[in-house]
Write a protein that binds this ligand. Structure first.
Ligand SMILES: [Zn+2]
Length: 281
């Protein structure tokens, strides 16, 4: 199969390019160009202003402080080990944690971390997730499972085809700006039905039902018309991930965080056949 040649997404020793997400070589055979991002479009700024910042912040960071305290420290050793002592605080560490979790998932050696009674109680007072994962709604790709993470570890946002809208942008912004999460992963996947529907609608010219057409409209600019059939769907999956990644990384508030070395936004893809997550942007 084509996919098994991919190297793991977050291989040990990888380098994060904080300032230039385009420096990674594209996968062979992908020659897409992407529409320029509209830098005047700054929905995150208005969303950020609209947030009741202080009240939200206090809840989150008070909980964050509690996470390092006695409640978790008292958790008994069990089959669901805690990682709180080594909870990632940087993008690089967060990527390593996700890579390790995906490796456990692939090897059927999940640890199901952070599910103990003590962890559940400690999370009553707040949360301090270390990564935002923007993924697809597909039932075969739940982020907590494919990265073997538990309660309080990931802030997940899921829409069909990882499509962005104001609510999604606001949700990602909340994680980054208000909770201080250092990593955003845009997680697409093999055989994405949303992308396939967009490609088929583009071919047929037929309108999709109700709000499903909205999803297709967001994906259609990235359809790879240089390919046919399943190859077109597969290539468009990658192009869509890259486009969502580019749009997020260009959001002014997030871009400022990236420039300051406080945030990384990466694009990744999950292969259903190998269960591997690998980085493509
Ligand atoms: Zn999908």
């Amino acid at each position: 199969m084509e996919y098994v040649k991919h190297s793991p997404l977050f291989a040990p020793g990888f380098t994060i390019h904080f300032h230039d997400s385009t420096t990674r070589a594209p996968e062979p055979g992908l020659g897409h160009t992407f529409p320029s991002v509209n830098s005047e479009d700054t929905p995150l700024r208005s969303i950020r202003r609209a947030l009741a910042r202080r009240s939200l912040l206090r809840g989150g960071f008070a909980g964050a402080a509690a996470l390092g305290g006695a409640a978790l420290g008292a958790a008994p050793a069990s089959a669901t080990p805690r990682r709180t002592a080594t909870r990632p605080t940087t993008a690089a560490a967060a990527l390593r944690e996700l890579a390790a979790g995906n490796q456990r998932w692939r090897a059927y050696r999940e640890r199901h971390p952070d599910e103990t009674p003590a962890v559940r109680q400690s999370l009553v007072s707040g949360q301090h997730p270390f990564a935002v994962v923007l993924g697809c709604i597909d039932s075969r790709v739940p982020p907590e499972l494919v990265f073997d993470q538990g309660l309080g570890d990931l802030m997940t946002v899921r829409t069909a085809g990882e499509v962005l809208d104001e609510a999604v942008l606001g949700s990602v912004a909340y994680g980054v700006l208000e909770l201080g999460i250092p990593l955003v992963v845009v997680l697409g996947h093999q055989s994405c039905g949303a992308v396939k529907a967009a490609v088929q609608a583009d071919l047929s010219g037929e309108e999709l039902p109700a709000h499903i057409q909205y999803l297709a409209d967001q994906i259609s600019p990235f359809i790879d018309r240089t390919k046919e059939g399943d190859a077109r769907v597969d290539s468009t999956i990658d192009a869509n991930i890259r486009a969502v990644h580019s749009r997020l990384a260009a959001e002014p508030d997030l871009a400022a965080k990236i420039s300051a070395g406080e945030l990384a936004v990466v694009g990744a893809r999950y292969e259903l056949n190998t269960q591997l997550v690998h980085r493509i942007a």
